[in-house]
Design a protein around this ligand. Structure first.
Ligand SMILES: *[C@@H]1O[C@H](CO)[C@@H](O)[C@H](O)[C@H]1NC(C)=O
Ligand SMILES: *[C@@H]1O[C@H](CO)[C@@H](O)[C@H](O)[C@H]1NC(C)=O
Ligand SMILES: *[C@@H]1O[C@H](CO)[C@@H](O)[C@H](O)[C@H]1NC(C)=O
Length: 276
């Protein structure tokens, strides 16, 4: 069982086509997955297709503008109603809306603006996803909130924001500090999540193996190869989530999505596109 869960590795990046074994070159990334063989095959196929598109383009990776949202994507902004309003940026699907909606939190040195600057919001809109990026209390345009001082308060705050914004099929993307919100929410309200993308989140050490085992949410664990502290600590705990895959971004630090945005976007889209 354990072997089946953890025994399946994609080795990617640097590897050349023709390497034997379960080694598929798709980008500077390592994927470990606990999904079933058919799901793995599907994901592999998706990644491979993306690689073919990726390498089929002329010029260095910096010029792969197909990956980025076009000029036509409008990023909306607003405040949630009520006493402690939360500022958010939102994009709507440009066409053919997907079922899941992506909710992006942020780390200590960042805000919702990070996901706009990085092109993540625009890209998601272009790929048919509604996406909402939040400013956590005390960051960006959201005022500090007393509610955020307790674990239960943070989980409730997140739950209320999802309700206010009518996000019904959330995939929660949670880097670093935002784990203080995402983890209590995951443990209590995972049935409300369609997917979870932790990126070296804080707070994982606060929960037990049994609590993680109970969470059936499909999870993509992402981290930067050079992140030696929080990534390792959180990975040790997040591995207990029964349906997870792990992607390590090469040559990327703690904020791996900033260091390797192309790889981050590829991997995120592959995960989102294959959610049931
Ligand atoms: C932007 O919208 C215009 C008019 O709706 C359309 O002609 C153009 O192709 C769009 N550009 C992109 C990059 O989608
Ligand atoms: C850790 O969990 C305890 C008990 O559930 C809680 O009181 C505390 O606030 C939590 N700490 C963090 C950082 O979430
Ligand atoms: C595990 O997650 C994948 C998506 O990553 C999903 O397709 C699959 O249905 C999930 N498996 C279970 C048993 O929930």
């Amino acid at each position: 069982m354990v072997a089946a869960l953890f025994g399946c590795w994609f080795r990617v990046g640097g590897a050349r086509p023709g390497v034997s074994g379960p080694v598929i070159p798709v980008g500077p990334t390592v994927v470990q997955t606990s999904m079933s063989r058919s799901q793995v095959a599907l994901l592999g196929l998706g990644l491979l297709l993306m690689l073919l598109l990726y390498v089929g383009l002329p010029g260095p990776p910096e010029q792969t503008s197909w990956l980025w949202g076009g000029p036509n994507v409008t990023v909306l902004a607003g405040l949630t109603p009520g006493n402690s309003p939360i500022f958010y940026r939102e994009v709507l699907p440009l066409h053919g809306a997907r079922r899941v909606e992506v909710v992006l939190l942020h780390g200590k040195a960042f805000t919702s603006h990070t996901w706009e600057q990085l092109g993540t919001l625009q890209l998601l809109a272009q790929r048919g996803y509604r996406a909402v990026a939040l400013d956590l209390p005390g960051f960006g345009n959201s005022a500090p909130s007393k509610e955020a001082s307790t674990e239960a308060g943070r989980a409730e705050l997140l739950e209320r924001v999802l309700r206010d914004l009518e996000v019904h099929n959330a995939v929660l993307v949670s880097p670093s500090l935002s784990g203080h919100y995402a983890l209590p929410f995951l443990i209590r309200g995972h049935h409300q999540l369609r997917g979870f993308v932790p990126i070296a989140p804080a707070s994982t050490q606060n929960y037990t193996q049994e609590q993680f085992w109970a969470v059936k949410t499909p999870t993509l664990i992402l981290y930067g190869e050079l992140d030696r502290i929080l990534a390792r600590e959180s990975l040790r705990q997040l591995r207990h989530l029964p349906n997870h895959s792990v992607v390590k971004l090469r040559d990327a630090g703690h904020a791996c999505y900033l260091h390797k945005p192309q790889d981050f976007h590829l991997v995120l889209l592959a995960f989102l596109d294959h959610l049931p």
